[in-house]
Design a protein around this ligand. Structure first.
Ligand code: ZN
Length: 450
């Protein structure tokens, strides 16, 4: 028996397709051929901050065992399936496939994967590694997808991970409005939370499991275990036929893209960060209701932006004051003519609130009424008893802050695939014990006419 890892990336376009669907088709075909899956298909979201990303920037890896005699057949089948289902005519869709044989994934490939999730890698680096580890790569057109395909092979999801069950539509329904029983989604959410996440936007009640757009996905449900996403899937009533479903193991909701930097001077464009600093410029609202503030440490200062769709996060950012000690989480936008290097906030942790010191006029020592100012440096006068004083000063007092220390996350509707939602805090996994459950993938049964 042979261990084979098949990485695939960049088959879709904004107008059609989805690389998870190519993987779902291959799951069925490879099983039929006699391959044995040793893991759920891995769905690995790569750095959402690179300028050339694919739509969801998700790459796939199938990890199987097979008879050596089947190897050529499996490769051929994979290449054909990608070719048939990729949007090859679309400029910017540059599919890549990587085959790697061997039980253990080399450490260097794991590091390459981390760098692809957290930063920017070079195409040449991918090619060098493919050569070094005798992997095999196939690319279409500009072959950019080879980077993501290799990264998917290298990301073994040994640390924190989650699951997503994806149900696919029948091709004749692509592009039409998705039909689901909304009530069944609310019920599913109630019954499975907090072990599933981002089903419904709690603020608006909007269903979040259905994507928008022409892709083949009817819905995707994310959760902590394969069992819970399967259960959730069984509770959702689709009002259109489901062609097939597959459970994926993913890095969704794990913050895998964020890397902590030691100092603000280390923040680079396109490398998502967690950075600590003190608020140095108060929040201001810019057109389109975005909130901008700055943080600094002894090495530098950086702008941070909370965009309007981040909802609650934007509201919290507005209440920051100079002197607050915070941690900012998010992607980094390169400087432009109009804006400096900026962290696009996904999360904000308030470590220590600065005291809000305010001043008021003194109390009249004669009658106890609050006095009036007679103007800058001219002292105070009591309106009630007429007492005047040049010696009395304004009194400082600490105002209560309308903000609490703690972590704040953007609203689910604007949450990125990779952003860890609040409810996952404390549920992080430190290892992977993969057991494929019954019915981890399936096809809509074909009903035969009697
Ligand atoms: Zn008085």
């Amino acid at each position: 028996m042979l261990d084979l890892h098949i990485g695939i990336d960049d088959t879709d376009s904004p107008r059609m397709g989805c690389t998870t669907y190519v993987a779902a088709l291959l799951v069925e075909k490879l099983n039929d051929l006699g391959a044995r899956f040793v893991d759920y298909p891995n769905l690995v979201r790569l750095n959402p901050n690179v300028p050339w990303k694919t739509r969801g920037n998700g790459a796939l890896c199938l990890r199987i065992q097979l008879k050596k005699s089947l190897l050529d057949k499996v490769k051929e089948l994979t290449i054909d399936t990608v070719e048939e289902n990729a949007d090859l005519e679309y400029e910017g869709t540059d599919p890549g496939i990587v085959f790697f044989t061997g039980m253990k994934i080399p450490e260097e490939l794991k590091i390459f994967a981390k760098n692809t999730i957290q930063g920017v890698v070079k195409f040449e680096t991918a090619l060098k590694l493919i050569k070094k580890f005798k992997a095999e790569a196939f690319g279409f057109k500009k072959c950019r997808g080879i980077i993501g395909a290799l990264a998917a092979v290298g990301e073994t999801l040994d640390g924190d991970h989650t699951y997503e069950i994806i149900a696919y539509r029948k091709p004749e329904n692509y592009g039409k409005p998705r039909r689901l029983d909304v009530e069944s989604v609310y019920k599913m959410d109630e019954a499975t939370k907090p072990y599933t996440f981002n089903n419904v936007d709690p603020n608006t009640g909007r269903i979040l499991i259905t994507p928008r757009g022409p892709d083949p996905i009817l819905y995707g449900i994310r959760g902590e275990t394969p069992e819970i996403v399967k259960k959730a899937h069984e509770m959702v009533k689709a009002l259109e036929p489901v062609e097939r479903w597959v459970i994926f193991r993913t890095n969704h909701g794990t913050d895998a893209h964020l890397r902590r930097v030691e100092s603000i001077s280390q923040i680079k464009p396109h490398y998502p960060v967690i950075a600590k600093g003190t608020v140095s410029k108060p929040p201001r609202i810019v057109p389109r209701r975005h909130v901008i503030f700055a943080v600094k440490d002894e090495t530098g200062e950086i702008d941070c932006a909370a965009y309007e769709p981040t909802g609650n996060l934007r509201k919290v950012a507005r209440k920051l004051m100079v002197g607050d000690l915070v941690e900012v989480y998010g992607g980094v936008r390169p400087p432009s003519e109009r804006n400096p290097l900026t962290v696009n906030l996904e999360k904000l942790k308030i470590l220590k609130l600065a005291p809000h010191v305010s001043f008021s006029n003194p109390i009249c020592p004669k009658c106890g009424k609050r006095m009036k100012s007679m103007g800058e440096g001219k002292g105070f006068r009591c309106k009630k008893c007429g007492f005047r004083s040049k010696e009395l000063k304004k009194v400082a007092f600490v105002k209560e802050r309308d903000l609490k220390e703690g972590i704040y996350v953007s609203d689910p509707r604007s949450e990125r695939h990779l952003t860890k939602p609040l409810q996952r805090y404390g549920m992080e996994k430190s290892k992977a014990e993969v057991v494929l459950i019954d019915g981890w993938y399936g096809l809509q049964p074909i009903l035969l006419e009697p």
